[in-house]
Every structure is written in C-alpha cells, then in structure tokens.
Ligand binder design. Structure first.
Ligand code: SF4
Length: 330
C-alpha cells in the first residue's frame, strides 16, 4: 500500500515486457538461440512513488530499466508512460517522450563525456529539447547545479576534477534538466564510497519530494532499497517473482527466493546476527539462454515440488497489493 503522501495515479504501466537478445554463431552468424534477459514482467509504478527492483547481478533488472525507457527495441509487451504507449513507438518518434523519462546511470565516470565541461553536460538535453536562449540555458544549468548541491563556480570544470559523489550529482542534474516525471535510477550508488552513498540517496529523496518525481530504483543492495522504496519487486532470471509494499516484503516475504535473499542481508548487531536463520541457496543461477522448465527457480529452491519442474507458476495476488509467482500459493 502506498502511504498517504503518494498518489494513486499510475504513471508507468509495464505489461508482459520481454527483452530477448539473439545469440549468433558460426561463420554465417546464424541465430542459434536467445538470451531471455527479461522474460515477461508486469508492474505499475504510481506517480510520486519509488518502486525498488532488486535481485542478484544478472537477473535482468538493469535490462528491464533500459527496456522500459526504450533504450532498446523491446521484444514483446507494452510500456505506457503517463498513458502513452511507447512499447512499439519507433525510435525517432520517441524523441518527444524523452523529456518525460530519464535515467541516472550506475557509473557516473563512464556516463559523462570527459571532454565536456559540467555546464555543457548538464545543458546538453536543453540544446536538443528546448528553444531557450544561451543566457536562459546558462541560468537553468546554474540553478540545476544549486538543486543538486554542486558549487556553481565549478560550472566550467571537467568531470575528472570532481569526486565520484559529485560526478553522480552531475548525472542527476543532467537527468533533471528537462523536468522529467519518471527517472530510472540504475544502481545509482553502487560505484560510490559507502560514506557518500547516503548523501546521494538523500538527494534523490529530497528531489523526489520537491518535484514529485517517480523512481524505478534498481539495486542489489536490499538495505538501501528498504530505506528508499515504497514498494519492492524481486526479480529472478528475467521474471518478477514477488512484489509487495516495503513493509510487507521485508516482514513477511512469501516467495522462497525472496526469503533466501533477505536472509542473506548482513545484520549489524552481532547478538542478533547469531539468531538469523540463513537460507543458503545451492548451485548457480541458470543461464538466461536456457532457463529451467516450469518454475525458473526450481533448480535452487529449498521447497521445490514435482509440479515446479513442469509447470510455470502463475502470478497470483496472495493479499491486497502482494503478488507472488510460486506454486505454494496457487
Ligand atoms: Fe520453489 Fe516451486 Fe515456488 Fe518455484 S514454484 S519457488 S520451485 S516452491
């Protein structure tokens, strides 16, 4: 459930989204298979909320974020942003929608052009999507720098002159330049020192409150997701296996994979640490080019049953707003 401060208007609707990448082999580059990075995910994101998308590395969460923003041509499914279907919109026509949806990338170092000044990087989207005068653009860039806590005197400096945290602030300022409604934050703090991770997360929260932003917050860090997300979706091998409010997911996880993930979160209190029941998953995550038949978690699930090996579990609502895909509940 959303808290009282959040809207009940759906801003982002994702339905049966698939993103498969072809595998080619041989001298004729024949298509021999496909990597099912995202294999039919569905969820809504409400205006003003943060939906956390969690899972181990390689589960498809980053690909899902990029596919939702149509940085790829998706294989199948529907993505609506503010009521507009963009799933099948040709790339050139997406340009009009770009200001509405933006992305903050994991590695600020790699996502900023080292040959451009900070002012040029932050102002770049304005060149393409606005008809502001040069002076107006300059003023907008400086005010964006203020909003993200960057000293405006450094507008003419280059990315390498900033720390990792400051570079991520530059990336956030650039994402904000066109007044977006929806931002995909793809592991935005994973490349930063622990000491500055909280500062960047607090900035994202402050900006959300100030501008009514809606976030898809992709992370493998469950403690951070617990801090920032209103609801949390758990992904495993290209599929969403459970989705619930933050409180419900962390206090009463239903899917065996979610239970295992949460049991692995380190407990800072050594006294409590001794009492934590860890669920150790056996084996590796199967390849997304050859996922298991039936439930895709059946090769590692501690509660696997015969039906799991042949039939894919349906996604069911086990309580209002709490969905899971597992035969234990179907
Ligand atoms: Fe485990 Fe079966 Fe549920 Fe899959 S469907 S998570 S294998 S119990």
């Amino acid at each position: 459930m959303l808290d009282d401060t959040k809207s009940n208007k759906v801003l982002v609707e994702v339905k049966d989204l698939k993103m498969h990448f072809p595998i080619h082999a041989g001298i004729f580059k024949k298509r021999v298979g496909e990597v099912k990075a995202v294999d039919g995910i569905s969820f809504d994101i409400y205006e003003g909320e943060t939906l956390g998308l969690v899972g181990e590395s390689g589960c498809g969460k980053s690909t899902a974020g990029r596919a939702i923003l149509r940085l790829y041509d998706i294989t199948e499914g529907s993505v609506k942003i503010d009521g507009v279907e963009i799933g099948d919109t040709p790339q050139p026509n997406l340009r009009k929608m770009r200001p509405t949806m933006q992305m903050v990338f994991q590695d600020p170092q790699a996502s900023l052009n080292p040959r451009m000044s900070v002012a040029a990087i932050i102002g770049e989207p304005l060149n393409e999507h606005s008809d502001m005068s040069k002076a107006e653009k300059r003023e907008k860039v400086l005010s964006l720098m203020d909003q993200v806590g960057l000293n405006r005197d450094f507008a003419n400096r280059y990315p390498h002159e900033f720390s990792g945290g400051q570079r991520q602030r530059i990336g956030i300022a650039r994402a904000l330049a066109l007044n977006p409604k929806f931002i995909v934050c793809d592991e935005p703090i994973a490349a930063l020192d622990v000491s500055i991770q909280a500062q960047v997360v607090n900035l994202l929260e402050d900006l959300q409150e100030e501008f009514g932003l809606t976030y898809l917050f992709i992370s493998h860090d469950l403690s951070m997701v617990r801090h920032i997300a209103d609801r949390v979706a758990v992904m495993y091998l290209g599929r969403v296996v459970e989705l619930a409010s933050r409180e419900t997911l962390f206090s009463d996880p239903k899917h065996p994979y979610t239970q295992a993930l949460l049991s692995a979160v380190p407990e800072p209190d050594p006294w409590l640490e001794e009492k934590v029941d860890r669920i150790l998953l056996e084996g590796d995550v199967p390849s997304p080019s050859n996922p298991p038949k039936g439930c895709n978690f059946c090769t590692r699930c501690p509660q696997v049953m015969e039906i799991c090996k042949t039939e894919e579990p349906p996604t069911v609502e086990i309580a209002p707003g709490h969905i899971a895909a597992c035969h234990l509940y179907s």
